[in-house]
Design a protein. Structure first.
Length: 277
């Protein structure tokens, strides 16, 4: 059952990634963590994402020169952050890592869904600290797309520059995290054995995403994906809160209900505003 779910969710995630240029881990991880721990899941996803993001970077390579000096300080921060995150992953109990993953991901998704876009004036000043935070987040969760997309959208990156910037950062974090995982011994048989089940989904899903986005409004597609992701993350968070005995069932399902209502409102507001002439 777990492998069937893994194949299906990675296919959906690859389709989203093919359409938007990001989203593979942020769709895959919340669902897959219902069946696997981060220590098993992360190493497999890092290797798969290196190929995906390498492809994204390659097809947008002409825009690298436009964004290089803006993202280079973030890469410096990544080196520190990946070291911190990998160390945390190797020491902390898997259930607590799941909790951190869901807890950090949920507000990032809801912020994007709320459509909050305010350019950061001190972009250079926050670049290295942002890189540290992204490196830590990615090496613990293999997710960095939502905060990166939030930053680059806020800063008004053009479409090709946006994808090139994402590609540079995500390839950088993937290489660094892959090396860190190797040295702390996270690559196991169980992790590597997942890859053959993921690869066909990626090979089919990414071209499908490229095709579908030609017939859909990209922003509408993105918001529907975020609504789905928010529900899965909220459900995963409610489960892990019970597992860690941090809250009663009533409290966790209350949190889930609040997120569902907020998520529905944000989606309703989005479609309402799109129809206003």
């Amino acid at each position: 059952m777990d492998l069937i779910v893994l194949v299906l969710i990675t296919f959906v995630a690859a389709t989203v990634n093919g359409a938007l240029g990001y989203g593979f881990s942020s769709i895959t991880v919340p669902v897959a963590l219902l069946f696997y721990t981060n220590r098993i899941l992360n190493p497999a996803l890092v290797l798969v994402e290196l190929v995906i993001n390498g492809y994204v970077l390659f097809i947008n390579r002409k825009s690298i020169r436009n964004i290089w000096w803006r993202v280079a300080p973030i890469l410096i921060g990544l080196v520190i952050g990946v070291g911190i995150g990998s160390y945390i992953l190797s020491l902390v109990h898997p259930a607590w890592v799941k909790f951190v993953t869901y807890f950090m991901l949920l507000p990032l998704i809801l912020l994007q869904a709320a459509g909050i876009r305010k350019p950061i004036q001190a972009e250079k000043a926050i670049a290295i600290p942002f890189g540290v935070a992204i490196g830590t987040l990615y090496s613990v969760t293999t997710i960095s797309g939502p905060p990166l997309a939030l930053l680059f959208n806020n800063q008004g990156y053009a479409k090709q520059d946006f994808r090139a910037a994402l590609g540079v950062i995500r390839v950088g974090e993937g290489v660094l995290t892959g090396i860190a995982y190797y040295f702390i011994g996270l690559y196991s048989y169980d992790s590597i054995a997942m890859i053959p089940y993921i690869v066909p989904s990626v090979l089919l899903g990414i071209p499908l995403g490229h095709y579908l986005i030609r017939w859909m409004d990209p922003e509408t597609f993105r918001r529907i994906c975020m609504a789905f992701d928010a529900l899965i993350v909220a459900f995963g968070l409610s489960r892990v809160l019970i597992e860690l005995e941090l809250a009663t069932a009533l409290t966790t399902y209350s949190i889930l209900s609040i997120v569902m209502i907020l998520n529905a409102y944000l989606l309703f507001r989005f479609f309402r505003d799109r129809t206003v002439p």
